[in-house]
Each structure stands twice: as structure tokens, then as C-alpha cells.
Design a protein around this ligand. Structure first.
Ligand code: LLP
Length: 432
């Protein structure tokens, strides 16, 4: 009935998440409100972690891609599950460290890290810096030289595998702002240069083939391409590659149309590719890293809104407006992303209307979704949008000077505040 297994209904006909009544949450914390179910987050962390144990002898690390949803409490939860994290900016790095993450378990990404950000990573002793380009390679080497330290680096590689929702294409995907191309020899040349850098320890290679991927072929192809490159590095440069980081991208169910695989499946197929490649070429198995973001955070979260005005345009459509919108969920205006939604205080009633859910921003495209089946509703009802735990709060903005919603975590029916709601004073905090 629901897209996420942590959702249910209670005797009042209210939607529940992680055992907590969403209407009580809306009353207590107000709306719009992001709600994250801690047990679900933990469950997803464990699926990925145990898949490495089961299929790869535990010789790896799951780094939660914190761009999906980043706040101190989230880092605390994933760290307590033994995960590392992927960060992509000084802000994410700072938050992770403020939450007490082990710096050694951090992978620092980004196609244009600034000198300040790199210095910050060196100050903290970040475990892996994923170098994106030659400029960064030299800058990092020089920064390490200045302070007399060394850093472990990986290179971001464009594997030429472009994964879409239901298939993948093998392309000469040179046209990406991220990483080094294989087919031009650029990646190989970068490794050669890195091996000559006195202050850098070339530790491995990384790729990320896309997001919301619902099958395994792209991952198999990427693993094969990356292993072939590792072999080339061994054969032609005499260097062992310690780490293979295959990125994230594992898909989830947003609506009934999506049919995701069990998360364990990805490691199962990738492990098979790597094992047989290593056996065939007499190579040691690399340490493996994966970076799931959406798959850990999205299904664990919902957003609650209060329904406002309704606009019935005869023979055209009905707009139902809510007290948030593209400022807290820009995924419809950016990608026409589809979500499942329901009226949380009428959760057991049939969805017998079809509406367009509109946000409150001054922008016609500010919609949560179009043609959405929904229970008949009226002002004051609570709308729940499902599977919003990833790339909603993390991509939220203050457009129209709308304060960002609060985030609460629920666990076993109990809620606690994780991020305070912004106030109007927060909005003018930096104005002179
Ligand atoms: N690792 C790297 C290097 C990445 O670039 C990403 C996502 C991930 C891991 C995590 O991917 P995930 O497991 O979450 O699919 N804003 C978009 C998604 C952008 C993803 C960017 N990179 C959205 O809302 O769909």
C-alpha cells in the first residue's frame, strides 16, 4: 500500500512513520516538517554493510554519500553503524567532523575543491581525497609539501558507462565535468604523475555511474572497466591499486512504477566480476568502497505539509496548495521527479481525486507533482509526501525568504528534533 515499509496507519486512520503518528508530529513540530525514521536508516546501512561481509569477505567500507541528507544527527547514526561518509564540500566535511566522524573514514569528493577545503581536509586528516583533475593533484601535492605531510588519494575516473533507470550505455562519456577520461589516456597519465608526487600516496580509483539505477548491468560493466584499468596500472606502471570505489546510485521505490532490487544484489554482482577478474589475472582483490546516498536516506523520510487553498479549474485541473514547495523539495521543478503522496489524517480513505500539488513559492513550476491520486482534502489537512529523505532537505533553499523546515528523527514511535526550524531572524542573520 505504501512505497516505504516503515509507513502504516493507526486506529485513528492516521499515517504513521516508524510507529509515530504523523498528525501528532505535525501538531507538535508544525509544518512543513521533514521526518526521518532512524530504524530505517540503520536497516539500509546494515544491508549495504552486510552485503560486503557476505559477498566480499568484509574487505571494504560503505561510505554514506551525505549529499543526500546531511545534518549532525545523520552522521552520528551512520557512524554508529560503522559506516564512513562521502563529503563533497567544506560544509559537509565540517558537519561530519562536528558530529564526531572518524576522519579516516571520510572520502572527500568534488570537482573544484578550493585550497581552503583541501587544507581543511589535511587538518582533519581525511582518509581519502578523491582527486578530480590535474590542477587539484598539483595543488594538493604542494599543500602537503608545505606542511610536510602526505595524503592518500584516489582518482575519479570516467568509466564510459552511463547508467539510466532501466539500462546502461557504454559511451565514450568524455563530456562530464567529473573526473579523468580513460579512453584518451588522461586517467593513465594522471596515475603516472601521481606516482611521481612525493607527498601523495596513490591509493586507488573511483567511479560513479549515475543515480536512481534500478538494475545491475551498469555496475557490472563499470567494475569490469575499472578492474581492467587496475590491471593496466599494474602491468605498465608496476603499481598496486589498493582501493576500488564504485560510487553510489542504487535506486529506490518512489512510486508503484519503480521496482528496485534488494540492496545486497549490487555487491553480489560486482563481487563476482572482481573475483573472477582477479583470479584470471592473478591479482589481489582490491579493498572495495561503495557510496550509497539516496538508498539509505530517501525511503526513511517523509515530508509533512498543511493543505491550504484549493483551486478547481473546470475541465483543466485542481490545484491543492501546501505550505512548502520547491524551497523544501526542488526535485519536481528540477527533474519532474514523481512521488507518492497522501492525506495523512485520512490515510485509510480511498484516493478518489487526482490533483496537482502546488507549493507556495512565486513560480508557476513550483509543484510537488502533477496528476497525483489523493484523498479528497480540505484546508488544514496534513499532506504527506513519501520517500523524501534524500535530496530534499539537502537541496532546500530560502527562495522567497521562506525559512527551512525542521527535521525530526523518529525511533520506535518517539520523536526528537534533529534540526531546528529556521526563524525569520535566521533569514536576516547575515544581512548587514
Ligand atoms: N558518490 C558520488 C561520487 C556521487 O556523485 C553521488 C551522487 C553519490 C555517490 C550518491 O549517489 P546516490 O546513491 O544518492 O544515487 N540531486 C539528484 C541526485 C544527484 C546525485 C549526485 N551524485 C537527485 O535529487 O536525484
Amino acid at each position: 500500500m505504501f512505497v516505504s515499509e516503515n509507513l502504516g496507519t493507526n486506529e485513528l486512520g492516521h499515517l504513521t512513520i516508524g510507529g509515530a503518528d504523523t498528525i501528532t508530529l505535525a501538531q507538535e513540530y508544525s509544518t512543513p516538517l521533514y521526518v526521518m525514521d532512524e530504524n530505517q536508516i540503520r536497516k539500509h546501512c546494515r544491508s549495504f554493510k552486510s552485503s560486503i561481509d557476505q559477498f566480499y569477505g568484509g574487505n571494504g567500507l560503505v561510505c554514506y554519500a551525505s549529499k543526500a541528507f546531511s545534518c549532525k544527527e545523520m552522521y552520528r547514526v551512520v557512524a554508529s553503524e560503522g559506516l564512513g561518509v562521502d563529503v563533497v564540500s567544506g560544509g559537509e566535511l565540517y558537519t561530519a567532523m562536528a558530529a564526531g566522524m572518524d576522519a579516516k573514514k571520510i572520502c572527500f569528493h568534488g570537482n573544484n575543491k578550493t585550497p581552503d577545503e583541501l587544507n581543511m581536509a589535511l587538518d582533519y586528516g581525511v582518509g581519502r581525497i578523491v582527486v578530480d583533475n590535474i590542477y587539484e593533484l598539483h595543488m594538493l601535492d604542494a599543500l602537503c609539501a608545505e606542511r610536510g605531510t602526505e595524503a592518500d588519494i584516489l582518482f575519479r575516473i570516467k568509466p564510459g558507462v552511463d547508467a539510466h533507470t532501466h539500462d546502461f550505455i557504454r559511451t565514450g562519456q568524455i563530456d562530464s565535468k567529473f573526473g579523468f577520461a580513460l579512453e584518451t589516456g588522461e586517467a593513465f597519465e594522471a596515475v603516472r604523475l601521481a606516482l611521481a608526487c612525493e607527498h601523495l600516496n596513490f591509493a586507488g580509483i573511483h567511479c560513479h555511474i549515475g543515480s536512481q539505477i534500478l538494475d545491475t548491468q551498469g555496475f557490472e560493466a563499470a567494475a569490469e572497466v575499472m578492474m581492467t584499468f587496475i590491471k593496466q596500472i599494474r602491468d605498465e606502471l608496476g603499481a598496486e591499486v589498493r582501493d576500488l570505489n564504485l560510487g553510489g546510485g542504487f535506486g529506490i521505490q518512489y512510486t508503484q512504477k519503480d521496482d528496485p532490487l534488494p540492496y545486497e544484489r549490487f555487491m553480489e554482482v560486482v563481487s563476482e566480476v572482481i573475483h573472477s577478474f582477479c583470479a584470471m589475472h592473478d591479482m589481489a582483490l582490491p579493498f572495495i568502497l561503495i557510496e550509497p546516498g539516496r538508498s539509505i536516506a530517501a525511503p526513511a523520510g517523509i515530508t509533512l505539509y498543511t493543505v491550504g487553498g484549493k483551486k478547481v479549474i473546470p475541465d483543466i485541473r485542481t490545484y491543492v496548495s501546501v505550505d512548502g514547495g520547491m524551497c523544501d523539495n526542488p526535485r519536481y521543478i528540477m527533474y519532474q521527479a514523481e512521488y507518492d503522496a497522501l492525506i495523512a489524517n485520512k490515510a485509510t480513505a480511498p484516493k478518489d481525486t487526482v490533483v496537482t500539488i502546488a507549493g507556495k513559492c512565486c513560480e508557476s513550476g513550483d509543484l510537488i507533482g502533477e496528476n497525483m491520486p489523493l484523498q479528497a482534502c480540505e484546508p488544514g489537512d496534513i499532506l504527506a509526501v513519501c520517500a523524501t529523505g534524500a535530496y530534499n532537505y539537502s537541496m532546500s533553499s530560502n527562495y522567497n525568504r521562506i525559512p527551512k523546515p525542521a527535521v525530526v528523527f523518529v525511533k520506535d514511535g518517539k520523536a526528537r528534533l534533529a534540526v531546528r526550524r529556521e526563524t525569520l531572524d535566521d533569514i536576516i542573520r547575515n544581512d548587514i
